[in-house]
Design a protein around this ligand. Sequence first.
Ligand code: NAP
Length: 315
Amino acid sequence: MADQLPHALQLCPFSDYLEGGLSKRVELVPWYSMDEAAQKAFLSSNAQDCRIVVTGGHIGCPPDLMRSLPALGLVAINGVGFDKVDLDLASSRSVGVSNTPDVLTEDVADLAVGLIIALRRGIVAGDAHVREGKWPGGDMALGRKVSGARFGIIGLGRIGRAIAARVAPFGEVGYNSRTARAPDYRHFSAITELAEWADVLIVACAANTETANLVDAEVLQALGSEGVLVNISRGSVVDEQALCDALEAGNINGAALDVFANEPHVPEAMRSSSRTVLTPHVASATVETRQAMADLVIANVDAFLAGEDLTTPVT
Ligand code: NAP
C-alpha cells in the first residue's frame, strides 16, 4: 500500500506529530538527512513521482531542487515566511505554495514582549548573576524601564499588530509599513524617523528583496545609544555586521534576537556581547502552536492531493 503513495521530500526535521500525519498520506523521504549521492540516486529513479516538498520557512525550497522535480505540485511550508521560496519560479511551473499563517501570531508576539522585558530589565543577566554566585559580591547594573517606553514597530502585519496590542498598555506605539494602516498608532513613513523616536525598535515585517538589510548602520545610529533592537522577523532584515559594530561601539544599548542571517550560526560578536539576549528561532515553538501549524500543513497536503484549492496558499 505504502509504495502507492506519492513521494514527498522532507527538507528539515519535524515533530513526530507532523511526520506521523504526513506519513499516512505520502511516502515521506528524509531529504535533509541524505547525503548528496543518496539524493542524486533517489532523484534518478523517483523524481517523476515526487509531487510534494514539505519544508520550514527558514529553508524554503532551493530553485535547483524545484527544477529537478518535474511532477512537483506543492511546496508546503511549516511556518509563515516564504522568503526562501522563489514564487515566480513556482508559479511558472504551476507549483502551489502554502504556509501556516495566523496560528503562530500570538506566540511570536508573546516572545517579542518577553525579549523586550528580558533585555530592558536584564532578566538573563540577572539569572546568571544569581546562579554564578555573584550576588554577594554586589548588585547588578540598573536596567531600563519598559513601562512608559516608546515602541517602534517595523511592519504592521498580523504579528506586528499583535505586538502593538501587547505593548500599547506599556507605552506609546509607532510603526512603519508601506501603507498607513492603524489610526490608533503613529505612522512613520521613514524608518530612520521611527528609530529616532523609539526606545525599542521591533522588526516584524516580511523578509523580501525590499526589506533586506533594512535595519542598517543609519537606522541603528538613529536608534541611538539608549535604544534597543528586537528582531523576531528574519535575520536578513538586519545588517548583522552593522549591528555587531553598533553593539561593540555602544551606539545602541542592546539587541534581543530570535532570528539570524545564517542560522544556526550566530556571529561571535553577538554571542559574546553583554548587550544581547539571543534565542534560537523559537518564536512559534510551543506545543500547542506547533500542533496547529502541523494541522495546517496536513490540511494543505490533503487539499492538494484531493485536487482542491489550498487551505492557506501563499499569494
Ligand atoms: P504579514 O501579515 O504578511 O505581515 C508582513 C508585514 O510586513 C506587512 O504588514 C507589510 O506591510 C510589511 N512589509 C512588507 N514589506 C515591507 C517594507 N518594505 N517595509 C516595511 N514593512 C514591510 O506577516 P506576519 O504573519 O505578520 O509575519 C511577519 C514575518 O514574521 C514573516 O514574514 C516571517 O518572516 C516572520 N516570522 C518569524 C517567526 C519566528 O519564529 N521568529 C515566526 C513567524 C513569522 P506593508 O505591506 O504595509 O508594507
